[in-house]
Design a protein around this ligand. Structure first.
Ligand code: SAH
Ligand code: SF4
Length: 400
């Protein structure tokens, strides 16, 4: 079943015609700077931060610790909360929900909610799911969930098997638009990072390391006032070497996943032209610079494309690559999800199982990512393009 519909809220906002400035997305220092004219003391800024990032308000009127006249003055000056809005929802029979979320100019990005989700780190997670916590969890149908977050509208990288690539790069998302996807989804699901086990994967639309500064600003908001531990976040990159090298220097950073998708440069070049710019050896060298936390492993994502990279020889070559790597790694296998006019074929389930088996027999940790929400269009980053391709009116219906 799928649902569609717009949610619009009446907000205490700037008067008609006044320029609007979104506060969501600004750090503590940036909030102080932006609201400098009001001479707010640090505790007032902290109250605002709590309202924006913990209470996820969509209207300045909801900053209840502030006196009413202060809320009104700030709103009249053109400031608004600026929490991004979910404008369309698609619900899968397996509980997965996909959203189109509007950015500051009304353009939408895709974000996915996967209850009990396996965004890449659940299969071999070290810590078990917490027991049902007091205070609201009892009613929920999930005890943990993964949110798949977009970093750009479209993507410039042009991987041949990816539907997002067909959009080209439309624009970068701001830090507020990246962290705002998470806030909007948490709000919709009444989820609380302090209480619920929420994982984030930056595997939606776009290449995070080609929007590095905004992406890392978003990570700092998420790990800071939004209280999602960095160890519960995973960023996936197609192998942007300068980005990986900067990432290696970050004191606060998600786990790292590399979209490898091939065991050698020749196969990879055919499906990921970016390999010509940054060959696999350079990518792996850069990854070797990242100082991993205790028991942390790098994830190699490997999308299986029938007849392209799914042969037993490819598995054997991948084993050698993992063994040669200067860091601990595991492999996440993903059966390719088809898209309109994308000229690849899904591997047979037996081929996926055989590939995994071959890796495991050689001692390589290998997991198969469960396809989620196939009935509403499976792969992360594929919904928006699909919506753009389909005539639409209110309620969407998808078939495989
Ligand atoms: N741009 C980044 C992050 C977003 S893509 C990256 O490429 O790593 C997230 C993952 O989805 C990548 O591992 C990519 O290989 C995979 N992917 C893209 N299209 C897919 C499809 N049609 N089916 C399955 N996985 C796909
Ligand atoms: Fe961009 Fe990732 Fe898709 Fe490649 S797989 S085109 S990097 S979103």
């Amino acid at each position: 079943m799928t649902t569609g519909g717009k949610v619009r809220t009446q907000a205490l906002d700037a008067p008609a015609g006044a320029p609007v400035h979104a506060l969501f997305g600004l750090s503590n220092e940036e909030l102080s700077g932006a609201l400098g004219e009001f001479g707010l003391l640090p505790y007032r800024i902290r109250q605002l931060e709590t309202a924006l990032y913990r209470n996820r308000i969509s209207d300045l009127e909801a900053i209840t610790p502030w006196p009413k006249d202060l809320r009104q003055k700030v709103a009249s000056a053109g400031f608004r909360a600026g929490l991004p809005e979910i404008v369309q929802t698609f619900r899968s029979v397996d509980g997965t929900e996909r959203y189109l979320i509007a950015g500051h100019d009304g353009q939408t990005v895709e974000t996915v909610w996967m209850p009990e989700g396996d965004g890449g780190e659940d299969e071999d997670s070290d810590s078990p799911a917490p027991p049902e916590a007091a205070g609201g969890s009892a009613k929920k149908a999930w005890s943990r969930a993964t949110i798949c977050v977009s970093s750009q509208i479209g993507c410039a990288v042009n991987c041949q098997f990816c539907l997002t690539a067909r959009l080209g790069i439309v624009r970068n998302l701001t830090a507020g638009e990246i962290a705002g996807q998470v806030a909007a989804v948490l709000k919709r699901q009444s989820a609380e990072p302090g209480r619920d086990r929420i994982n984030l994967v930056f595997m939606g639309m776009g290449e995070p390391f080609l929007n590095y500064d905004a992406f890392m600003d978003a990570v700092r908001l998420l790990a800071g006032p939004m209280e999602i531990p960095e160890s519960r976040m995973t960023v996936s990159t197609s192998g942007i070497v300068p980005g990986i090298l900067r990432f290696a220097q970050e004191p606060v950073r998600p786990r790292l996943a590399i979209s490898l998708n091939a065991p050698n440069d020749a196969v990879r070049e055919g499906i990921m032209p970016i390999t010509r710019k940054w060959p696999m050896a350079e990518v792996l060298d850069a990854v070797g610079q990242v100082r991993l936390r205790q028991r942390e492993r790098v994830t190699f994502e490997y999308v299986l494309l029938a007849g392209v990279n799914d042969a037993p020889e490819h598995a054997d070559e991948l084993v050698r690559l993992v063994r040669r790597a200067q860091f601990p790694a595991k492999v996440n296998l993903i059966a390719w999800n088809p898209g309109p006019d994308v000229p690849f074929a899904m591997p047979a389930p037996e081929a996926v199982a055989a590939f995994q088996q071959r890796l495991r027999e050689e001692g390589v940790a290998a997991f198969v990512r469960r396809p989620r929400g196939r009935d509403i269009y499976a792969a992360c980053g594929q919904l928006k393009k699909t919506v753009a391709l389909e005539p639409r009116e209110g309620v969407q219906q998808w078939s495989k």
